[in-house]
Design a protein around this ligand. Structure first.
Ligand SMILES: Cc1ncc(COP(=O)(O)O)c(C=O)c1O
Length: 326
């Protein structure tokens, strides 16, 4: 007779065990879909991902995150197109196609039924083994989670963002351009920001060219009034950045900006900038007030950042073409 030190879990006690795993932060999780379970649950403790899904033990999967305001997902199709591009880059396809992922996403959002929330779609290599070969997973798996909305940065920090330069090596282009579930460098960047007591860190590659933040893109406004973003082959193509560029064209027309360029940005460019902007799904457009301890543009949020943030907020609230209702 062996001595059971560990609790033995089987069908007879499983639900009782799950009940003990309930956590306070589960209150922020509204609906969770799993293709493995073949359905959606509103109870977070019932959402379980198989440990042999290569998503879990190899980070083998891709994802995308979008925001919902007024019972509509903003710019969902741009997020799903990026998910499809990321999946293609790692040789992963959802057999029923992108329209099916879209339908399941909208249904999961409808089940959550929240006015404002965040949605995340994860397309995983799927269960199959504990090996590294993607060919050992016969079918991909899809997980969709709906959770609490984040606060746009400038709402919580009207004075602007403090930013430092990250020490985490920049991802090679092949991986930086794919929104894959292997986010360890991004995690380490966020850890730096928290440990250093700043709002964001920004990466630079080996040749001193600015890349991006942990989960956001960076741009600068030069003294001559040009809005610069990094070249798209070195960073993730942010849906927010691309939308902001469309609004920036209006500012070029009105004379508030001189030009928009995607080009290499150096630390000197950042230090000489009139404004530094941070853009992303949760934060919208944040203005940087301090870079590496020095004030940016007099230490106050500048006019370009303010205008672009305003135009983006207006678009999120009222652009019916980009709003997918649920
Ligand atoms: C590495 C990285 N860069 C940039 C972004 C910004 O992309 P988006 O504007 O689509 O949120 C994200 C978004 O999560 C990201 O993870």
């Amino acid at each position: 007779m062996g001595l059971w030190i560990m609790k033995l879990i089987d069908f007879s006690n499983y639900l009782a065990v799950l009940e003990t795993t309930r956590k306070p932060w589960h209150d922020k999780y509204y609906a969770l879909y799993s293709s493995v379970l073949g359905g959606v649950t509103l109870d977070p403790v019932l959402m379980q991902v198989p440990i042999d899904d290569h998503l879990v033990h190899r980070g083998d999967g891709v994802f995308d995150t979008f925001k919902c305001v007024g019972r509509a997902a903003y710019n969902l199709d741009a997020h799903l197109r990026r998910l499809a591009r990321s999946a293609e880059a790692i040789g992963l396809t959802w057999p029923a196609g992108l329209d099916d992922i879209r339908r399941l996403t909208i249904e999961t959002l409808a089940q959550a039924g929240r006015e404002c929330c965040t949605g995340r779609v994860m397309l995983a290599r799927g269960p199959g083994s504990f090996g590294v070969s993607p060919y050992e997973s016969p079918d991909p798996a899809l997980y969709i989670v709906v959770y609490a909305a984040g606060t746009p940065f400038m709402e919580a920090h009207p004075g602007g963002a403090r930013v430092r330069r990250s020490l985490v090596p920049a991802k090679p282009a092949r991986f930086a351009t794919v929104k894959n579930c292997n986010y360890l460098p991004n995690v380490m960047m966020k850890r730096e920001a928290v440990d250093w007591g700043v709002d964001f860190v920004v990466g630079f590659d080996d040749s001193g060219v600015m890349t991006e933040g942990a989960t956001e893109n960076f741009g600068v406004v030069t003294g001559e009034g040009a809005l610069l973003f990094p070249r798209m082959d070195t960073v993730l193509e942010g849906t927010t950045m691309m939308r902001v560029v469309q609004f920036a064209r209006r500012l070029v027309e009105s004379g508030d900006l001189a030009a928009i360029e995607f080009r290499d940005i150096t630390e000197e460019d950042a230090r000489a900038a009139k404004e530094i902007l941070v853009v992303g799904t949760t934060i919208n457009v944040a203005s940087v007030c301090e870079f590496e301890g020095d004030p940016v543009g007099g230490g106050k949020p500048g006019s370009v950042g303010r205008m672009l943030d305003g135009l983006l907020r207006e678009d999120i609230a009222s652009n019916h073409e980009l709003r997918s209702a649920y």
